[in-house]
Design a protein around this ligand. Structure first.
Ligand SMILES: C[S@@+](CC[C@H](N)C(=O)[O-])C[C@H]1O[C@@H](n2cnc3c(N)ncnc32)[C@H](O)[C@@H]1O
Length: 217
């Protein structure tokens, strides 16, 4: 998607993807990954997700990246945090405690920064991207994460002909193909999301969410 699409969504407060509590599937599956406290967790396309607060509360250092300055400002304001701000070629860095959010383009992050992230968490990031960008996301961006990096990927699946994305439907086969080169991929859970559930995608005739464990070889 063009950056303007997302800027407009934030300006118009069309952020139906935002959840007011941490993602239950994160809380359920993260502990079994055994990611040590203190590990830096990369949260691409982070929005103002409360999942970052939950990860920080587990003792992790969080590195989010988000295009929208509005989203970043809302995150810190809504949590009563006053970030220290500095600029770099990667974007505008906002740091408060063990949470850092870069306001910038995730695809512009360099290998030096991402090499320090031994864990990754993706909810509503891969599925926010159209097919060609998903290739770049896995093949270029995730390729900058270090060997041994592990994390969770949460996807959505529905008949794509039902509606246009985002969010896009991303099948298990596609996830396996995207990450096959360098990552082991394990399906941890698949569950149906019923119509009427807050996480339901309008226009979809049926919807499932899937959780994958990723481990970079
Ligand atoms: C569907 S939202 C998901 C946000 C968050 N992961 C959550 O669970 O609430 C996707 C977010 O990615 C941001 N985004 C889209 N493309 C981006 C890019 N290239 N770099 C950084 N952020 C991006 C959008 O502004 C939007 O906030």
């Amino acid at each position: 998607m063009h950056p303007d699409f997302w800027h407009q969504r934030w300006q118009q407060n069309q952020i139906g993807f935002h959840q007011h509590t941490p993602t239950p599937l994160l809380q359920k599956h993260w502990p079994a990954l055994g990611v040590p406290a203190g590990t830096r967790v990369f949260v691409p396309l982070c929005g103002k997700s409360l999942d970052m607060v939950w990860l920080a509360a587990q003792g992790h250092r969080v590195l989010g990246v988000e295009l929208s300055q509005l989203a970043v400002e809302q995150f810190f304001t809504e949590h009563g945090l006053q970030p220290v701000i500095h600029d770099s070629p990667l974007g505008r860095h906002h740091v408060a405690g063990n949470i850092e959010i870069i306001c910038g383009d995730a695809f512009g992050l360099d290998a030096g920064l991402l090499a320090g992230c031994s864990a990754v968490y993706d909810r509503a990031a891969l599925v926010a991207l159209p097919p060609a960008m998903r290739q770049r996301y896995a093949g270029e961006l995730h390729a900058r994460l270090p060997s041994g990096c592990r994390g969770l990927l949460i996807t959505l699946e529905y008949p794509q002909q039902d509606r246009d994305g985002p969010p896009f439907s991303v099948s298990e086969d596609e996830v396996r193909a995207l990450y096959a080169d360098a990552w082991s991929v394990d399906l941890l859970e698949r569950r149906a999301i019923p119509a009427g559930h807050p996480g339901f995608v309008n226009g979809a005739s049926r919807l499932e969410t899937a959780v994958f464990r990723l481990h970079r070889q």
